[in-house]
Design a protein around this ligand. Structure first.
Ligand SMILES: Cc1cc2nc3c(=O)[nH]c(=O)nc-3n(C[C@H](O)[C@H](O)[C@H](O)COP(=O)(O)OP(=O)(O)OC[C@H]3O[C@@H](n4cnc5c(N)ncnc54)[C@H](O)[C@@H]3O)c2cc1C
Length: 387
């Protein structure tokens, strides 16, 4: 869709950030687009792409410049996520989950932890993600069973995490554990620990419908010992709050992924509808196809505006959880809608791996599950309305 045809929110993007966005667009065109099919179909980790992202500074995108990061605003960062996701959504997960871990360290870590880890996180020398979900619970995180017991020098961790992105290829995870299982409410006994793969956790790659290429795994912790200094923060019992405090930005990012995917589905559909002919004319001349395109474009535009507004609110320091929740809900449902409509517009070819449509259709559902399911999102939005 020609973006020039639409009026725009005036986004406050500096000249320097515009240069960053333009170099990422070049990288997507040259180093990602030609390789998506190969890596996606074989579910192969795109190591070269990850290494080039490190060169571009993406692993430090939201880490402050004091620690060697790019210190980008939510507005610029969400534009990057949107553009990356319009080419291949999996690539955005390689740095997104990593940056959620980094944000927890930067916000709550001790100076010693920040000085040691953040420069290495920013260059991508150490890469990772967050390990919250367990086989028996994802939404209801207060029910986790993974435990860390402590002696004078170490925590010893036992338990299983699942669906953990970057757990196989990454080096380190922020792991949500129970350091006290007796206390009520349970979140007061939950802590966040930074654990290195070489300290002994064992990841196993899982097969997935979509979001392929990137490694998502089950992770076993069996008597894994880490030093007490790897607790994020200075006191136990803050882990759930620490991880939930990153959710506003996390939701804006998932919304941006939805916008990128919805845009790709629409753009491919417009192109296809102009060339595919039935009954002597391009299918774009049939009203039923026009109605689909109009609805896809309108929902896409609404999703983008919601996402941009949420990012602007976040950058201004205003409370933005309601806007971020609405953007996440609407943009991810739009990604699902647009990918399904794109499939219909492409007819039988929408079902073939020759076209990108079937990938959008497989990738989109994850957006409705991750970073708080959309069912939960509605409950959270409603709670704030009646508060
Ligand atoms: C590809 C992929 C990557 C992932 N990456 C990560 C990662 O890096 N780190 C990580 O920790 N996790 C990750 N996850 C896990 C993800 O965050 C969880 O799947 C998600 O939080 C949902 O949890 P669940 O699967 O246990 O579903 P459940 O919590 O069991 O929910 C099942 C259904 O019940 C609904 N439901 C639950 N509670 C309520 C309620 N109170 N009211 C109404 N409806 C409710 C949910 O909306 C959902 O529809 C990933 C998942 C996938 C598929």
């Amino acid at each position: 869709m020609d973006d020039q045809k639409l009026s725009k929110i005036n986004l406050d993007i500096s000249e320097n950030d515009k240069l960053i966005l333009s170099s990422i667009d070049k990288f997507l065109e040259k180093d990602v687009k030609p390789y998506v099919k190969e890596f996606e179909s074989e579910d192969k980790y795109p190591q070269d792409i990850a290494d080039k992202m490190a060169e571009l500074g993406l692993f430090g995108a939201t880490i402050s410049e004091d620690y060697g990061g790019l210190g980008l605003s939510a507005v610029t960062y969400s534009k990057i996520v949107e553009n990356v996701s319009s080419v291949w959504m999996s690539v955005s997960g390689i740095f997104n989950s990593h940056l959620i871990m980094c944000a927890a360290v930067e916000k709550f870590g001790t100076d010693e932890m920040k000085n040691f880890y953040l420069p290495k996180f920013a260059t991508g020398e150490l890469r990772g993600g967050i390990a919250l979900t367990e086989p028996d619970c994802g939404t209801d995180l207060q029910s986790i069973k993974t435990k860390a017991t402590k002696d004078n020098t170490n925590y010893k961790i036992n338990g299983t995490k699942t669906w953990i992105t970057n757990s196989v290829q990454g080096d380190v995870l922020a792991v949500l554990v129970k350091t006290n299982s007796e206390i009520s409410p349970p979140h007061k006994g939950m802590s966040l620990l930074l654990v290195h793969k070489d300290q002994g956790y064992v990841p196993r790659k899982l097969k997935k419908l979509g979001y392929r290429g990137i490694d998502t795994g089950e992770v076993q912790f069996k008597d894994v010992e880490i030093p007490l200094e790897n607790l994020i923060g200075t006191e136990e019992g803050r882990g759930l709050q620490q991880i939930l405090s990153g959710l506003e930005l996390g939701r804006i990012n998932v919304a941006a992924r939805g916008v990128g995917l919805a845009k790709a589905a629409l753009d491919d559909s417009i192109e296809y509808s102009k060339t595919r002919k039935t009954f002597g004319k391009p299918i774009s001349n049939h009203q039923s196809i026009q109605i689909k395109l109009a609805e896809m474009a309108t929902r896409l535009e609404a999703s983008r505006l919601l996402t941009e507004q949420a990012a602007i609110a976040y950058d201004s320091g205003r409370r933005s959880d309601l806007q971020a929740g609405m953007a996440k809900l609407y943009a991810t449902e739009t990604a699902l809608f647009n990918s399904t409509e794109a499939m219909r517009i492409h007819g039988g070819f929408g079902y073939s791996p020759e076209y990108n449509i079937e990938r959008y259709y497989r990738d989109a559902p994850l957006l409705a599950i991750g970073e708080g399911t959309n069912e939960l999102q509605k409950i959270i939005i409603a709670k704030q309305l009646v508060e």
